[in-house]
Every structure is written in C-alpha cells, then in structure tokens.
Design a protein around this ligand. Sequence first.
Ligand SMILES: [Zn+2]
Length: 115
Amino acid sequence: MMASVTDAKKITVFGGVSRKGICPQLEAKLNHTGCGFTTFTDAELNAKFSKLTGDATPAPMRFFAFKDPEQQTKDQIEMVRSHPWISKEVSVRGFIFDVNTGRLQEVMALAEAAS
Ligand SMILES: [Zn+2]
C-alpha cells in the first residue's frame, strides 16, 4: 500500500536491545504544517464522538491533539530522549514537513538550541 507523507509520524531505524536500553540507530519524529490534529482539542473530540455515537462510555480518550507542530516535535524529541529504556547514544531528530513547499525543516530540541 502506498503511504502518503502525512501518514508518517515516526521513522525508526531499529538496531537492537542492549543493557543500555533499546538501541535504534535513529529515531526521527515527523510532523507537518496544516495538521488536522491542530484543529481540535482532545476534549472537543471526546465530546463529538460521545454525541455522534450516543455513548460516552469510553471517554475520555487521548487523541494527542496539539496546537504547534514545532513545539509538538520538540516535546516528542524530549520524550524519546528522556525515556529510561532508550539508549542515550540513539540519535533522536525531529522534522516538520511543509505541505505547501515540500520542504523538510529540522527542529532543534531545547537542549540543542541552548548550546
Ligand atoms: Zn497531521
């Protein structure tokens, strides 16, 4: 099946598992401009699905809505880097795909931007 660019949220080049933790060779987080997930909040979508189905039983669900693709990417990078099971030697990078220009922009995490 052909995947569109907007389908790709994460690229993991898997290496293996060692005593240092899970060791992918590269962990890349990918977000894009104009993402539909910036157009709602989790609470709004929970309310919508509850109303549509007439059943609020499974609410609240986490849809991981966000407002700012750059901040989302930084948060994802930090989440992977701070995870105790992921080796600190893993290269973790984040990118935003601009759907208008076709360009990929790398997002620097907070620690990198400060150095
Ligand atoms: Zn999206």
